[in-house]
Design a protein around this ligand. Structure first.
Ligand SMILES: Cc1ncc(COP(=O)(O)O)c(C=O)c1O
Length: 443
């Protein structure tokens, strides 16, 4: 089936007891055992079934099967947020004394996790100078356990050359982890280009309505853990924390996600609530049609901004002169994401005036909602970074990030136009007030 169909039907067979067509919300913590023997068999993984919702839940499982199918993976683990997905995905590969190598263009809290939190656990994150595969390769050594990138960087909008990054990672015997939040599997399926692990903040375009936090880790099921057992013994030696389980022997191609669930989800517990899984499934049903509209509206808005005299620059990969245009053709089929950044004339102050004048477009830190959203990364999502770190992450002081929604494009443009006019008007007013003051002082 194609992704438009999988998004609606994937992972769910009509439930036999009630014949409920909508996915039921299994709002339960635990599941009754038939007997002591049955309970023991479930714990020994000898029979299939549920024990406790921190480990698995039937509603969450539909979401996991659906997103795994959309991405073309073998198995997935849903978690409470995109950040939890990032955290587990890395911990599942890199232990103390090891490192991962990352592109520098990252979502701000991912940068914080990598630069400030993981080193405290003894995991070093090496940030490459750029997203160029050669810059990544330079930093890989015998202790590297993964290469990490965002397929489309937030907010930089850069598009990573996943095929080349996967080749580099595999040459050194490590997997490539891709955060596919901004692109979604509707625009890009990283597994088709050799990525090994894909993760998402489902909070964004996938859920699509700004109501529900969630994250997911998807396993392609192709990385040869046993071949690289010296580097990744955790998958092929008996796990003392799970009475001697060997993940590759028991779960085969799904060993990575199975270990993530049995070790990290079970003990650290960033669990997605079944109600949230249901709400995210509702959102995912329409992701393909929403993305079509996001892309269409994004193009109209980018063209409007580019032609506007109050706008200094627009970073939108749909423009042929954008440095990532060729990669947008290859990886996004020429359908540039509706996440874009621009710089207004008047620098930081111009940006603030524009931001304050918005009426329809919401001022907040989120992206991928049906609503159009605006954010000022330098003062919010990327605030913890130094100016130099911001520059490497693709953030400048005047930059406004727009996540264009699915309202009528004319209404979005009308709001941006009035905000640009208000910013320019007030700029003129403050200039003339300034000159009046100077004149009255005899200047
Ligand atoms: C690319 C990317 N990854 C991960 C996250 C974190 O997701 P969440 O807010 O669901 O924890 C975000 C949040 O904005 C993001 O933009």
């Amino acid at each position: 089936m194609r992704n438009e169909t999988i998004a609606i039907h994937g992972g769910y067979e009509v439930e036999p007891t009630t014949k409920s067509v909508a996915v039921p919300i299994y709002q339960t913590v635990a599941y009754e055992f038939d007997s002591a023997e049955h309970g023991a068999a479930l714990f020994n993984l000898e029979v299939e079934g549920y024990r406790y919702t921190r480990i698995s839940n039937p509603t969450n499982e539909v979401l996991e099967r659906r997103v795994a199918a959309l991405e073309g993976g073998v198995e997935a683990l849903s978690v409470a947020s995109g950040q939890a997905a990032l955290h587990y995905a890395v911990l599942n590969l890199a232990e103390s004394g090891r490192n991962i190598v990352s592109v520098p263009q990252l979502y701000g809290t991912t940068y914080t996790l990598f630069a400030h939190l993981l080193p405290g656990f003894g995991i070093d994150v090496r940030f490459a100078e750029s997203d160029h595969p050669a810059a990544i390769e330079q930093l890989i050594d015998g202790d590297t356990r993964a290469v990490f990138c965002e397929s489309v960087g937030n907010p930089a909008g850069n598009i990573c050359d996943i095929e080349a990054l996967a080749k580099v990672a595999h040459r050194h015997g490590v997997p490539l982890i891709v955060d596919n939040t901004v692109a979604t599997p509707i625009l890009l399926r990283p597994f088709e280009y050799g990525a090994d692990i894909v993760l998402h903040s489902l909070t964004k375009f996938m859920g699509g309505h700004g109501t529900t936090l969630g994250g997911i880790i998807v396993d392609r099921g192709k990385f040869p853990w046993e071949k690289h057992a010296a580097r990744f013994p955790m998958f092929s030696v008996p796990d003392a924390s799970y009475h001697g389980l060997v993940y590759t022997a028991h779960f085969g191609a799904a060993a990575y996600v199975a270990r993530c669930r049995s070790v990290y989800q079970r003990t650290m517990g960033s669990v997605l609530s079944p109600l949230s899984a249901f709400l995210l499934l509702q959102g995912i049903e329409t992701v393909a049609v929403r993305i079509d509209r996001h892309v269409e509206n994004g193009k109209r808005v980018a063209e409007f901004l580019r032609a506007h005299p109050g706008v200094e620059w627009v970073n939108y990969t749909g423009f042929p002169d954008n440095p990532y245009h060729a990669l947008a053709q290859k990886y996004l089929g020429g359908r540039a994401c509706s996440l874009m950044t621009f710089g207004i004339r008047g620098g930081f102050e111009g940006g603030t005036r524009f931001y304050d004048a918005l009426k329809l477009v919401k001022r907040l830190v989120n992206l991928g909602d049906a609503k159009s959203l605006a954010c000022h990364p330098a003062s919010t999502t990327h605030r913890q970074m130094s100016v130099e770190e911001q520059r490497k992450a693709g953030v400048t002081p005047e930059m406004i990030r727009l996540s264009i929604g699915i309202e009528h494009a004319d209404d979005i443009i009308a709001d941006l136009e009035q905000a640009l006019q208000a910013a320019a008007g007030r700029q003129k007013e403050s200039l003339s007030a300034g000159s009046q003051r100077r004149f009255s002082r005899g200047g």
